[in-house]
Design a protein around this ligand. Structure first.
Ligand code: DP6
Length: 416
């Protein structure tokens, strides 16, 4: 290695994902191996993603990380496992322009700096760890010139957080549970890319909640230990459902897709109730949203919207197409209008063109919305939803070549 002045950096952007067939339960806690396959849709990184810059320099005296500007420890087992696995795959790096030459064997001795930023509130319960670990592993792999493809990298991201392995691809993604004891076949594969089913529109209702939820890690451990329904689900239900879901996605069969996604979300929450002590992730608002969607779907010839809920009260609603999304937004804004002091601009974020299609430009238009005809005596309750995010299926990880987008300073390797 040359003298101690250089800093080599890589910046990447990775999307979050939402499962339509849920991962819930591990057969190996350290390697993070699941008890069943799962399938997810990747969300458009324009609205929900993590950006991570990783840097290496002989002047760094330890591995360090900053998340949204605040320093965090990298000493946790999951970070250590990801770092170790990536370092083991590092290769020679040569950057002639900057005069940097790193030999494969040098990576063991070099420390890294990591800075990560989410373009959505970390605390909102929107799978920030999935995008975060996927981005960390993807960026480090590029920094260290690892030759593994995204599926192979997904098996490393999996060891950070299970759901992270599905964020290595865009479109629809399957995490194969695998059989091997060392986890080598427990990895993500892309089913179809984001262009395959591009009429889908996704609306996320970020539901207000005061209660601190049980973490997924703890919750699923309790479920594995105590829920008989989980055993039945993993053995009998998910294997069949996964095949049906793959078919539905391949054929763009929205009716089957919606039926399977809703049933799977409901079964996951039933497993939570079947856990001892029981876990409640959804709240009254979540239940009201389910009931709105169910009533509407039943009043139509075929389902227009699918819902799915993770380990929290937020609803992820997947609409068949733009027309369905427009109607959905009108119904949601009728039932869950913003607080009187809120402004519409911050109440509906992301792709605001759906709001325009719905003919809603200001709060007066929200007030004037008519009640959904399929809901008898529909009530309006303010403040139950914090905000809505309009988005769509999106692409997988990318490298950001433009150095101005890096989160670390090119000379010091410290946060900008
Ligand atoms: C309900 O991936 O957060 O979102 O592997 O322990 O980090 P760990 O759990 P995590 O669990 C996600 C659970 C879920 C369902 C899903 O994403 O499939």
């Amino acid at each position: 290695m040359e003298e101690k002045t250089w800093v080599r950096m890589v910046t990447a952007q990775t999307p979050t994902n939402i499962a339509v067939i849920k991962y819930w339960g591990k057969r190996d806690e350290t390697l993070i191996l699941p008890v069943n396959d799962s399938i997810s849709v990747t969300l458009d990184p324009a609205h929900l993603c993590t950006t991570t810059t990783v840097a290496v320099s002989p002047s760094f005296d330890q591995d360090r990380m900053w998340l949204n500007g605040k320093e965090f420890s990298l000493s946790g087992g999951r970070y250590q496992n990801c770092l170790r696995e990536i370092r083991a795959r590092a290769c020679d790096v040569q950057d002639e322009e900057k005069g940097i030459k790193i030999a494969k064997k040098d990576w063991e001795k070099l420390n890294v700096h990591v800075a990560s930023y989410n373009n959505f509130p970390t605390a909102a319960g929107l799978a920030s760890s999935a995008a975060g670990f996927a981005c960390l592993v993807f960026a480090l792999a590029k920094l260290m010139n690892a030759k593994e493809d995204n599926s192979e990298l997904s098996a490393i991201a999996r060891q950070g957080s299970g759901s992270a392995c599905r964020s290595l691809f865009g479109g629809f993604v399957k995490w194969n549970m695998g059989k091997a004891e060392d986890g080598s076949d427990s990895l993500a594969v892309q089913l179809v890319d984001e262009k395959h089913w591009d009429e889908l529109v996704i609306i996320i209702a970020v539901v207000s909640s005061r209660q601190k939820e049980t973490s997924s890690t703890t919750g699923m451990r309790d479920s594995v230990e105590t829920s008989l329904l989980l055993e039945h689900r993993a053995k009998e239900v998910v294997p069949k459902r996964t095949k049906q879901m793959e078919e539905a996605i391949k054929n763009r069969d929205f009716g089957s897709f919606a039926q399977l996604a809703c049933a799977d979300s409901n079964q996951f929450h039933a497993v939570c109730l079947d856990t001892c002590p029981p876990i409640f992730y959804m709240n009254d608002t979540s239940h009201r949203i389910i009931s709105c969607v169910e009533k509407w779907n039943r009043s139509e010839e075929s389902p227009q919207v699918a819902y799915t809920f993770d380990a929290g009260p937020n609803a992820v609603l997947i609409a068949h197409n733009r027309k369905a999304a427009t109607q959905l937004l009108q119904k949601l804004l009728f039932c869950f209008p913003p607080n009187s002091d809120a402004d519409l601009d911050s109440y509906v974020i992301g792709d605001k063109s759906i709001l325009k299609d719905a003919g809603i430009e200001d709060m007066k238009d929200v007030e004037a919305l008519s009640p959904p005809p399929e809901i008898k005596n529909a009530e309006r309750s303010k403040g139950e939803v914090s905000y809505f995010i309009c988005t769509k299926p999106g692409r997988g990880p990318v490298l950001l070549a433009d150095e101005s987008q890096a989160l670390l300073h090119p000379e010091t390797g410290l946060p900008k």
